[in-house]
Design a protein around this ligand. Structure first.
Ligand SMILES: Cc1ncc(COP(=O)(O)O)c(C=O)c1O
Length: 446
């Protein structure tokens, strides 16, 4: 024992080999996480576009301190958050129902819920639907129920909330196996080799990073062939994409009734999850499933039994949103598609890489050097462009960059600002060069 260590009274485990003591943390759990998230927390501490306080909005312009920026980080794709018809519809509901029902749904469900589920079921063309406050609540409670003690096949790049739902299922006895992103053949291989008879496949609809939709027809065919249930989270597709037809206003299709209808699929062996917190600008989410599954969830899913409900203003926003979707939704989707095309056309012209090949309004733009994220974000901020920074470890290092989301409420002038900033970044060599032909969006649209 070194004399100096003994003199300081340090426990054996806290001493180095010589006299230098090793500091013993009393909170190793927090140090572990601080180290894991170091890049992100340094960025959060130093960057005006991380953890920002928004002081005021004016349309899609936002004010942070004395700085006005065009907002390209909003998921209010249809602009319902700013829609006068929807805003004006809310007070009558609050007058009639108060601000908040307070009961969990099992204890007492205002009839507004029944109205929402009826309209939603008809819009989706599903057998039935159940609404709960958020998609996260649904993943955490429904995935473990559907998986039971069987096997989950999880998309390797599934959204974190799906992954977390699978972790809960695993803790309750399910096995979890991962299949490669966008690879139905790999899923087929894994299912073919599986002996467990309870099989649940979990994946995203429109992907929150790439902006692309999976080949639902191929995945559904594999799931059906192997007696598996396909569970799809279309948080970003619901309200934006929908059924195809000769009179559609854009490649997004019509009615915004989500990825299953967009891919001309049925709900046979498919459970669809979606939310109103993006395209419908409200706090509510849904699961489309057979009625016997809905009945089970009403007694077995904790958010139905115990969670506080969505505020009345949110329920009102959804009901008014259905009306606007019916009358003006396809026109808003046309505008949204056009705005997005301006950005994608700009990237194609600059020969800059984006994984988006769908034309849907999520445009990820990775950097050539991941260390430049702070500087690039600062430059965008100074040019008045607000985006979502995709930092490590939220994404792999070769995908570090920023994500642009378009909404129908963004103006042409705001997109001019964005296009000018993208041109500057491309000319400075900050962005990754296009791969292949460099115009995947134009080819897909052709
Ligand atoms: C794909 C996906 N699923 C789920 C969520 C979470 O949704 P909610 O806020 O309804 O829990 C998000 C939010 O960004 C998402 O992108």
């Amino acid at each position: 024992m070194s004399a100096s260590a003994a003199a300081r009274g340090l426990p054996t485990s806290a001493r180095g080999r010589d006299s230098a003591p090793t500091r013993v943390s009393t909170r190793p759990w927090i140090e572990h996480w601080l180290e894991t998230c170091r890049d992100l927390s340094e960025l959060k501490a130093s960057h005006p576009m991380m953890d920002a306080v928004i002081d005021e909005i004016d349309g899609r312009m936002i004010r942070i301190g004395d700085h006005w920026l065009a907002d390209f980080a909003s998921c209010n794709y249809l602009g319902f958050d700013l829609d006068r018809e929807i805003i004006d519809a809310i007070p009558a509901y609050v007058d009639a129902w108060g601000t908040h029902p307070s009961w969990s749904r099992l204890l007492g469900s205002p009839v507004l819920y029944e109205q929402i589920e009826e309209r939603l079921t008809s819009l989706l063309g599903a057998e039935d639907t159940l609404v709960l406050p958020t998609i996260t609540h649904i993943h955490m409670s429904v995935i473990p129920l559907l998986a039971a003690s069987g096997t989950i096949f999880l998309d390797a790049r599934a959204h974190k909330t799906i992954y977390d739902g699978c972790q809960v299922a695993r803790a309750r006895g399910a096995a979890v196996k991962r299949f490669r992103f966008e690879d139905p053949e790999h899923l087929d291989e894994l299912l073919r080799a599986e002996r467990d008879r309870t099989r649940l496949v979990c994946m995203d609809g429109v992907n929150s990073m790439t902006g692309n939709a999976p080949d639902i027809r191929a995945f559904a065919a594999v799931a059906r062939e192997h007696g598996a249930l396909l569970y799809v989270d279309d948080a970003h597709g619901f309200g934006v994409i929908g059924e195809r037809g000769p009179n559609e206003s854009s490649v997004y299709g019509s009615r915004g009734n989500s990825v299953v209808r967009h891919c001309d699929e049925t709900y046979d062996h498919i459970v669809l999850v979606g939310g109103f917190s993006k395209a419908y600008s409200s706090l509510l989410a849904f699961i489309a499933c057979p009625t016997d599954v809905k009945d089970l969830l009403k007694v077995a899913a904790p958010p139905y039994l115990y969670s506080g409900p969505s505020p009345v203003a949110s329920l009102a926003t959804v009901l008014a949103g259905f009306d606007v979707n019916e009358t003006r939704g396809d026109e808003l989707r046309r505008v949204l598609c056009e705005r997005t095309a301006r950005v994608l056309d700009c990237l194609a012209r600059l020969r800059v890489h984006t994984p988006n090949r769908s034309g849907f309004p999520i445009v990820e733009i990775p950097l050539r050097d991941y260390n430049r994220i702070g500087a690039v974000g600062q430059m965008l901020f100074e040019r008045g462009v607000y985006v979502t920074l995709a930092a490590y470890p939220l994404v792999p290092k070769d995908e570090v960059g920023f994500r642009v989301q378009l909404t129908a409420a963004n103006t042409d002038a705001e997109i001019d600002l964005l296009v000018a900033a993208l041109e500057e970044l491309a000319h400075r060599g900050e962005l990754q060069p296009a791969r292949g032909s460099g115009t995947p969006w134009l080819e897909a649209a052709a």
